[in-house]
Design a protein around this ligand. Sequence first.
Ligand SMILES: CC(C)(COP(=O)(O)OP(=O)(O)OC[C@H]1O[C@@H](n2cnc3c(N)ncnc32)[C@H](O)[C@@H]1OP(=O)(O)O)[C@@H](O)C(=O)NCCC(=O)NCCS
Length: 232
Amino acid sequence: MEASASCNMYGWIVLDPACRGQSSIQYLWVSIRAGHDPIRKYNPVMEQQVNLSSIDYTDQQLLATLASLSHKSSQTHSPNWLLTVDAAMQELQRASEEGILTSVLVEADTPRGWIAAEPQGHGSWEIHPLLVDPAASGRGYGRILVEDIERKMRSHGGIAAFLSTSGATHSTNLSDVDLYKDPMEALRNIRVRDHTHGHAYQFWQRVGFTIVGVIPDAEGFGVPSIHMAKRL
Ligand SMILES: CC(C)(COP(=O)(O)OP(=O)(O)OC[C@H]1O[C@@H](n2cnc3c(N)ncnc32)[C@H](O)[C@@H]1OP(=O)(O)O)[C@@H](O)C(=O)NCCC(=O)NCCS
């Protein structure tokens, strides 16, 4: 986005193509009506320099910081998942196994998130996990990490990436219902119950993934697992 000589930019609003030509104020109104949270679009921190690299498993301070942010981040998405910092450290150690690709994002000197992908054969890769520090959410870091791991998967011959995302926060209408009755219809009508917090499936859609299925009761009665994939 470029500002004209007479226009000062104090931030940016990502314009929905349907809103092109309208002022930011109008877009905010459209966005609020649509249930989006336009505030998260304002992002002065994107001016920060961020660095990407694979996880350095000899760097104990890095691992400790990643474990701590992973524990906090998991609680916002799947409260029964990484219940302790130790559990998060085990998840990090699991990603050190041979063949697994990782990427960690560091903002200034602060690690802010990480992602891993494991080969599943025939050029397909499973992404798991993706964890961004809740204190740094909405800064585009999740997207940057996904794009980085996609580059790595492609360079290893990847043609498809897939993942599953939990219904454990009960924040979509796929939770607390009997999906066996008509899972395809349920997927066609998927929506979030709380637009303020949304659900990770919307993040994955924003970065190009498609919902390709759902496993009913995958994490207990009424707690499905939503499956998503993308061609690399
Ligand atoms: C989901 C998560 C990775 C998003 O990371 P992030 O850095 O905040 O996301 P980004 O800033 O890169 O957002 C990219 C886009 O997704 C959207 N988005 C991000 N989180 C969203 C949510 N919970 N609901 C709706 N949309 C969301 C953003 O608004 C942005 O939209 P844009 O394309 O219009 O700019 C992060 O919140 C997280 O780690 N959550 C907990 C763990 C988790 O859910 N991991 C994924 C499990 S499968």
